[in-house]
Design a protein around this ligand. Structure first.
Ligand SMILES: Cc1cc2nc3c(=O)[nH]c(=O)nc-3n(C[C@H](O)[C@H](O)[C@H](O)COP(=O)(O)O)c2cc1C
Length: 184
C-alpha cells in the first residue's frame, strides 16, 4: 500500500511536515509513505497549463496517480488552508494535456494537521475536506488527527507526545483498513 504524504507548509521546521515524518514512522505494516515536497510547484496559471504542465506539476500528478491514497498534513492560516496546499489541489484537480482524468479523481485522502493554537487545525481541515470533495477526491469519513499546542508536543522535529502518537497510529491503521476494503 503506497501512500503519498504532502505537507501544506514549506517551512523548514514545520510542525506539519514533522507530523508527516512521524506518520511514516508509525505507519502500519504494509503501508509505505513517500513524502512529496511542494517547494518547486509553481502557482497555478491557466495560461501555463494550456501550454502543458511544468515539470513539477507533472511530477506531482504522477506521484498522486501512482499512490493508493494520500496523507495530507494541513496547517491552518487565517482559519483556512494554506495557499501552498490549495495550489497543489488546484493543479491536481485539473486533467491537463495527455490525461483522461484528473489525478485527484476518486483518490482516498486522509487528513492530519498541527498548530500551536488550542483549536488545532480544525477549521482548515474542514475547509480542505470540502475543497477535496469538490475536486473529486474521497475523504476519510471519520475524524481527522488534530494536533493542538503542537509546539509542546513536537520538539526538534519529533512528535514525542505518546497520546498523540497513539492517536496517529490508530488513525493510519483505520485508513489502511478502509483502503484495503475499497481496493477492488
Ligand atoms: C499567515 C498565518 C496565519 C495563521 N493563522 C492561523 C490560524 O488561523 N489558526 C492557527 O491555529 N494558527 C495560525 N497560524 C499559526 C500556524 O499554525 C503556525 O505558524 C504553524 O506553525 C504553521 O504550520 P507549520 O509549523 O507546519 O509551518 C498562522 C500563521 C501564519 C503565518
Amino acid at each position: 500500500m503506497n501512500i503519498l504524504g504532502i505537507s501544506g507548509s514549506l517551512r523548514q521546521a514545520s510542525f506539519n511536515t514533522a507530523l508527516l515524518y512521524t506518520a511514516r514512522e508509525l505507519a502500519p505494516a504494509g503501508m509505505n509513505i513517500t513524502i512529496h515536497r511542494l517547494h518547486d510547484l509553481p502557482l497555478f496559471d491557466q495560461d501555463v497549463e494550456e501550454q502543458g504542465d511544468p515539470v513539477p506539476v507533472t511530477a506531482l500528478k504522477q506521484a498522486i496517480e501512482a499512490a493508493d491514497g494520500l496523507l495530507l498534513a494541513c496547517p491552518e492560516y487565517n482559519g483556512g488552508i494554506t495557499g501552498v496546499l490549495k495550489n497543489a489541489v488546484d493543479w491536481a484537480s485539473r486533467i491537463g494535456k495527455g490525461r483522461k482524468v484528473a489525478a485527484l479523481t476518486g483518490k482516498m485522502v486522509c487528513i492530519i494537521g498541527a498548530s500551536p493554537g488550542i483549536t488545532g487545525t480544525v477549521r482548515a481541515q474542514d475547509q480542505l475536506r470540502l475543497v477535496l470533495r469538490r475536486a473529486g477526491a474521497r475523504t476519510e469519513p471519520q475524524g481527522d488527527v488534530l494536533v493542538f499546542q503542537a509546539h509542546t508536543k513536537i520538539v526538534d522535529g519529533r512528535l514525542g507526545d505518546e497520546r498523540t502518537r497513539d492517536a496517529l497510529g490508530r488513525h493510519l491503521q483505520g485508513f489502511a483498513e478502509r483502503l484495503a476494503a475499497t481496493a477492488g
